[in-house]
Design a protein around this ligand. Structure first.
Ligand SMILES: Nc1nc2c(c(=O)[nH]1)N[C@H]1C(S)=C(S)[C@@H](COP(=O)(O)O)O[C@H]1N2
Ligand SMILES: [Mo]
Length: 509
C-alpha cells in the first residue's frame, strides 16, 4: 500500500509539475502576445472577465460587500488555481498518453479563446493569444515529456533527476521572463504622464477648509485620487492608447461626431466639485468619494450633434463594449453632467477611467459614470438595454439621502469625557439642510455642519459629546434642503440603492 502510494507520488508529482509548467509557459507567451495587441485578450483576463459577467447579481453583491476591491484578486486567483489543477491533470495524463494530456491543454486554451471572442467588442484576431497559449503549451509539454523517442525513458520522463529538474527550472525562468515582459509592456503602454491638462474656462471656487482640520477622524472634504473608491466589472484596468482614442456621438442625432482627446482638451472646459456614490454602498458604507472633475458639459457635445426627437436614453459604451444607460432628460435638466478628462487636477487615473469618463451628479455611478468612455449613443430604452439593466437593476436611480458616522468607529473603546461624534452626509443635487444624532435611542439632536461646497457635494458634520461610562448606540440621519428626512426603512442596494439608518455601538470605560 505504502509502496504503491510512493510510486504514485514519484510518477505523479513530476507529471503534474510538467503539466503546470507547460500551461504557465503557454499563458506567459499569450500574456506577452496580448500585451502587444489587446491586454484584455490575455487568457487569464478574458476567462476571469467572462466569469464576472456570468456571475449572478446577488453573488456579485455579496463579493463586493465582503471582499470590497479585493473581489478581483480573489477571482483572478481562483480562476488561476482552477486552471493549474487542470494543468496538473493534463501533465499526469501526458506522461502516460501524451495525446490525451495535450488534448486537455488544448481544451483549456479553447475556453480562453471562446471567452475572448465572447466580449462585446471582440474581433476574430482576439483569439490569437489563446492560439499562442495552445501552441506554446503543447510544445513545452512535448519538450518536457519527450514523446519523439519510443525509448523506455519517454514513457517515464520527466524524472526527478538532476537533468530533469534543471530542465524544468529553465522552463520556469523562461515563463517568468516572458510573462514579466508582457506585464511590463502592458503597463508602459498607458502614457498617463504625458498628458498636460489645460485650465478650465469655468473654474470651481477654492475648497473651504474642512472639518478634518479640527477632527482628524472625519472623512476629508475632498477625496484624493489614490483613496477614491473603485467599483467596476473589470478584472484588469483597461489600457487605452490616448492618441488613438476617440469619443463618438451617434444614434438619433443630426450629425454623427467624433472627438479626439486633443479635441476635448481644446474645448471650453468646466470644473465642478461632485460627490459620487455607488449603488452598492450599504448604509454607512465606504463606496463614496468627492472630487473636483474637469471636463466638457454634456450639453456642449449634444448641441453640436443635434439630438433627434425620439431618443430618451444616452447609452454610453466603454472601450471594451460595456454599456451604461442614462436618462436623456438628466443631461438637459440643468445639472452638471459632464464628459470628464481630469480628476483633482490630474488626468483620470487608469482605475477611474483614463482617458475619459462620464460624471452625472445625483444618480448612482452605475447609471451615469461610465469609465473608459468611447461612445455616446442617443437611443431609447425600448430599443437598447445596458449591462446592469439586463441584470435587473433600476434604469433611473437617484442617489438616496444618507449619512455616515466616521468617528467613533463601530465597537470602538473610548475613555469617558469630551469627544465628538462626526461624519459626512449627502443628498446630491438637493443638498443637506440638517444632520441629527441620536444617542441610546434618545431624542434626535442637531449636529454642527461643516462648510457647504455645493448641492452636489457631501457635507461634513459633528456633535460634541461628553461620553459617559457604558455601552452606547449612536445613530445619524440627514434631511435634505427640500425637506426629505432620511428614512429608517431598510432597503438593500439592489435594485436602486440602500436605505436605512446607521447604528454604531461603542464602549466607554
Ligand atoms: N466602463 C465602466 N464604467 C463604470 C463601471 C464599470 O463597471 N465599467 N462601473 C460603474 C459604477 S457601478 C460606479 S459606482 C462607478 C465607480 O467609479 P470609480 O471606480 O471611479 O469610483 O463607475 C461606473 N462606471
Ligand atoms: Mo456602482
Amino acid at each position: 500500500m505504502a509502496d504503491r502510494l510512493r510510486t504514485a507520488l514519484r510518477t505523479g508529482i513530476p507529471g503534474a509539475a510538467g503539466g503546470v509548467l507547460a500551461t504557465l509557459a503557454g499563458l506567459a507567451a499569450a500574456h506577452l502576445t496580448a500585451a502587444l495587441t489587446d491586454p484584455a485578450t490575455s487568457p487569464v483576463v478574458s476567462i476571469g472577465s467572462t466569469v464576472i459577467d456570468l456571475t449572478p447579481t446577488p453573488v456579485k453583491e455579496w463579493a463586493v460587500s465582503n471582499f470590497g476591491t479585493a473581489d478581483k484578486p480573489i477571482l483572478i486567483g481562483s480562476v488561476f488555481a482552477g486552471t493549474l489543477v487542470l494543468a496538473g491533470i493534463a501533465g499526469i495524463l501526458a506522461r502516460r498518453r501524451f495525446p490525451l494530456g495535450a488534448a486537455l491543454l488544448v481544451v483549456l486554451t479553447a475556453l480562453a479563446g471562446a471567452a475572448a471572442l465572447a466580449r462585446p467588442t471582440a474581433t476574430i484576431t482576439d483569439v490569437i493569444p489563446a492560439v499562442v497559449a495552445a501552441i506554446v503549451g503543447v510544445l513545452t509539454l512535448a519538450l518536457i515529456f519527450r514523446t519523439r523517442t519510443a525509448s523506455a525513458e519517454a514513457k517515464t520522463g520527466p524524472r526527478l533527476s538532476r537533468r530533469g529538474i534543471l530542465g524544468m527550472a529553465a522552463v520556469a525562468v523562461a515563463v517568468g521572463v516572458i510573462g514579466g515582459a508582457g506585464e511590463w509592456i502592458t503597463r508602459a503602454r498607458s502614457r498617463i504622464g504625458d498628458i498636460k491638462l489645460p485650465l478650465a474656462a469655468k473654474r470651481a471656487k477654492a475648497l473651504p477648509v474642512g472639518l478634518e482640520d479640527q477632527y482628524a477622524e472625519i472623512t476629508p472634504l475632498s477625496t484624493s485620487n489614490s483613496k477614491f473608491y473603485r467599483v467596476d466589472t473589470r478584472l484588469t484596468v483597461p489600457i487605452v492608447d490616448v492618441d488613438s482614442w476617440s469619443l463618438t456621438i451617434d444614434g438619433d442625432v443630426d450629425k454623427e461626431l467624433t472627438f479626439s482627446f486633443d479635441d476635448l482638451m481644446k474645448m471650453s472646459l468646466e470644473e465642478h466639485d461632485i460627490t459620487m456614490t455607488c449603488v452598492s454602498n450599504d448604509v454607512g458604507g465606504k463606496y463614496i468619494g468627492a472630487a473636483r472633475w474637469l471636463g466638457v458639459p454634456i450639453t456642449t457635445l449634444l448641441d453640436q450633434a443635434g439630438v433627434g426627437s425620439k431618443a430618451d436614453q444616452i447609452l454610453s459604451t466603454d472601450v471594451d463594449g460595456f454599456t451604461i444607460s442614462t436618462p436623456l432628460e438628466l443631461a438637459t435638466d440643468g445639472r452638471n453632467m459632464m464628459v470628464v478628462i481630469g480628476m483633482n487636477g490630474e488626468p483620470l487615473p487608469r482605475e477611474h477611467g483614463l482617458p475619459c469618463r462620464l460624471i452625472t451628479p445625483g444618480i448612482y455611478g452605475f447609471v451615469g459614470a461610465t469609465k473608459w468612455l468611447t461612445k455616446l449613443t442617443l437611443t431609447t430604452y425600448a430599443e437598447q438595454t445596458a449591462y446592469w439593466t439586463e441584470r435587473d437593476w433600476a434604469t433611473d436611480a437617484p442617489i438616496k439621502v444618507s449619512s455616515r458616522i466616521d468617528t467613533p468607529k463601530p465597537l470602538a473603546r473610548l475613555k469617558p469625557g469630551k469627544t465628538a461624534i462626526g461624519g459626512v452626509a449627502w443628498a446630491q443635487t438637493r443638498g443637506i439642510k440638517t444632520v441629527e444624532v441620536r444617542i441610546d435611542g434618545g431624542a434626535w439632536q442637531p449636529a454642527e455642519l461643516g462648510p457647504e461646497v455645493n448641492l452636489d457635494y457631501w457635507r461634513q458634520w459633528y456633535l460634541p459629546w461628553d461620553a459617559p461610562n457604558g455601552t452606547h448606540m449612536l445613530s445619524v440621519r440627514a434631511t435634505t434642503q427640500d425637506g426629505e428626512v432620511q428614512t429608517a426603512a431598510r432597503a438593500t442596494p439592489f435594485p436602486s440603492g440602500a436605505s436605512g439608518i446607521q447604528e454604531v455601538t461603542i464602549f466607554v470605560e
